[in-house]
Design a protein around this ligand. Structure first.
Ligand code: AGP
Length: 612
């Protein structure tokens, strides 16, 4: 959730840090700060609010240094004030720390520092005190060893980045659960919480593994394990260029990313089989024969990724013939799930850093279940922890509201369902190739939908002030009803909720009255007639109905709905959600813009939730 960047070896270090923090804004934050290692000690500027405030403060008090670290904070302990903004220093001002995560035992550690003066309410500040005490201790340790000793006393999740006035060209980092990457290029040492902050400097990074630390200097970095022994970080190449993280002319990242979906879907489909229909995964670190024995699947995720999993469930049960439970990740490990070594866990996470999803997957793995990750970030914590990975190849998703990740996650689920069906010998390669050939028509169909949002914009203008919207759907339309409701509420702040259309009579229909708005996802297929009945029921009670239809269902809906948003027929019924979601993404976007909401960084939300 917080953003970290460190630079050593460049006279413009502070400018580089500010630029990097701006690339991390999408993570959501409410304060920011910079510390520079000056000739006469540490220089610190930090402010609550947006980066513009920090920029303005630096303009009046510039920090000229070749080494520094920066931070954008999303408050967890302590309100978003100047004092609570990172970095945090020890009382003598010789050590500065920025941190992403939660140190769960910080109060006990503070208690051990009886008499120490603290200037903030944060958990992070205690780290600066402890590191300084190690440096001032009798052993004469250096910064890396001091941070290593301190990090061994911390409980919880952290990505730490530390500088000291005594080692002016050195940055030390440590990670447990919260992501950290390091790089060294052309005499400059770098670290950051994610690649977006570094892609203008390098395309080769290394991800620290849990428990690892690194000392970064202009001539390179050294990685050690928690016990101090030399180690190797997980090096990877980033194929995102800087422009792909910019808006490329769109008003908002959300709109840009909606329009990137044709390419994202095409990329995610690319090379998924050997040409003859034998479907493969990006990385598989378990024996394929294990998958043949699977007799149960759990799909674990949060938010939009959970809704993609709901669509994935239908495909896995249809092709692989295995029962699938889709579960909110944050619930899974706090109950008693029945997990055996024949249970497969599919963990879906765009960022690959969602604590709830990672923790749930690790909980299942600890009970013997193999884990396959579907993630959009190469080298993410979830991807590296899993036994198999399918990357969604959607490119950086900057907007908090997830769009292209969602459609590519459904593609990945379809591919994975085919792969599982083949491992269980339920699908011939030729049949899988036929399905993939049909799915290969999706990018062009997605392009047709996003290319013309005239009807969607008209609907948004008509309904933008409706205070409550009910979304309904059945089978493949139900995940889209949930996703459409989430999109609308998270970017426009209007209340919206989704129900299985078959549930209406069991309660929700009591909400319907003249003026109600119901969004009905009604693609052609085996439950279409039932959707028409549900639409008639709410219409008879005075609701306005905004229907999402496919070309084959449009005419039958025209007489029952007030507005019909039409998408092309899907190449397979299980792929229909990829198309029916598009008008609802655009609808949520336009309503939010019309209402003047902060589309890319909605209030209270962060792009990645790396705390419980
Ligand atoms: C969706 O628009 C939200 N940004 C949120 O629900 C998100 O999908 C959820 O936090 C999961 O994130 P992940 O895919 O990175 O794990």
């Amino acid at each position: 959730m917080c953003g970290i960047i460190g630079v050593t070896g460049r006279p413009s270090a502070v400018d580089d840090i500010l630029a990097g923090l701006r690339r991390l804004e999408y993570r959501g934050y409410d304060s920011s700060g910079v510390v520079a290692v000056l000739e006469d000690g540490l220089g610190v500027v930090k402010r609550s609010g947006k980066l513009d405030r920090l920029d303005a403060a630096l303009a009046t008090a510039p920090l000229a240094a070749a080494t520094g670290i920066g931070h954008t904070r999303w408050a967890t302990h302590g309100a978003p004030t100047d004092a609570n903004a990172h970095p945090h220093l020890d009382p003598a001002g010789r050590v500065a720390v920025v941190h992403n995560g939660i140190i769960e035992n910080y109060r006990a550690l503070r208690d051990d520092l009886a008499g120490a003066a603290f200037t903030s309410d944060t958990d992070t500040e205690v780290v600066a005190h402890l590191v300084a005490r190690e440096l001032d201790g009798p052993d004469g340790v250096d910064l890396l060893e001091a941070v290593r000793r301190v990090s061994g006393r911390l409980e919880g999740a952290y990505a730490l980045c530390v500088v000291s006035a005594d080692e002016p060209d050195t940055i030390v980092v440590a990670r447990r659960q919260a992501p950290l990457i390091v790089a060294a290029v052309d005499g400059v040492g770098l670290c950051a919480s994610d690649v977006a902050a570094l892609i203008e400097h390098t395309d080769t990074c290394a991800a620290l593994l849990d428990g690892q630390l690194a000392r970064i200097r202009p001539d390179g970095y050294t990685v050690v394990d928690a016990d101090g022994t030399a180690a190797a970080a997980d090096e990877f190449t980033v194929d995102w260029d800087l422009s792909s993280a910019e808006k490329q002319g769109y008003e908002h990242f959300m709109l840009k990313e909606i329009h990137e979906q044709p390419v994202a879907v095409a990329e995610t489909l690319l090379g998924r089989d050997d040409g003859a229909g034998n479907v493969t995964l990006d990385e598989l670190r378990i024996d394929p024969s294990e998958l043949a024995r699977i007799d149960k699947v759990f799909i674990l995720a949060a938010g939009t990724s959970l809704h993609a999993g709901m669509a994935g469930k239908l495909a896995i049960e249809h092709w692989a013939g295995v029962p699938v439970e889709v579960e909110v990740a944050s619930e899974f490990r706090y109950r008693d799930p029945i997990v055996t070594d024949r249970t497969l866990v599919i963990a879906i996470s765009q960022s690959g850093e969602t604590t709830d999803t990672i923790a749930a997957a690790e909980h299942a793995r600890a009970q013997g279940a193999p884990v396959i990750a579907i993630s959009n970030v190469v080298g993410s914590t979830l991807a590296r922890a899993a036994d198999g990975v399918l990357y969604t190849r959607a490119g950086p998703e900057i907007a908090v509201a997830s769009t292209k990740a969602f459609t590519t996650q459904i593609v990945a689920c379809l591919v994975l369902a085919l792969h599982l069906a083949q491992r269980k010998e339920r699908l011939f390669a030729s049949e899988a190739r036929d399905v993939l050939d049909r799915l290969d028509t999706l990018p062009a169909l997605v392009q047709r939908v996003v290319a013309d949002d005239t009807a969607v914009l008209a609907a948004a203008e008509r309904f933008k002030d409706v205070g409550y919207t009910m979304f309904i759907g059945r089978h493949g339309g139900l995940p889209i009803a949930y996703e459409g409701a989430l999109k609308l509420k998270e970017v426009s702040y209007l209340h919206a909720e989704a129900f299985p259309a078959g549930e209406m009579k069991h309660g929700p229909i009591a909400l319907i009255e003249p003026g109600s708005l119901v969004v009905a996802v009604a693609h052609d297929g085996h439950v279409f007639a039932k959707m028409v009945s549900n639409i008639q029921e709410v219409r008879a009670r005075g609701a306005s109905v905004l229907a999402v239809a496919t070309a084959s269902s449009r005419d039958a809906l025209a007489e029952h709905a007030d507005v019909v948003l039409t998408v092309p027929d899907a190449p397979h019924e299980l792929a229909a959600p990829l198309l029916t979601v598009l008008p609802l993404q655009l609808y949520a976007y336009h309503v939010a813009v019309l209402r003047g909401a902060d589309v890319d960084q909605p209030r209270n939300l962060a792009k990645t939730v790396t705390v419980e």
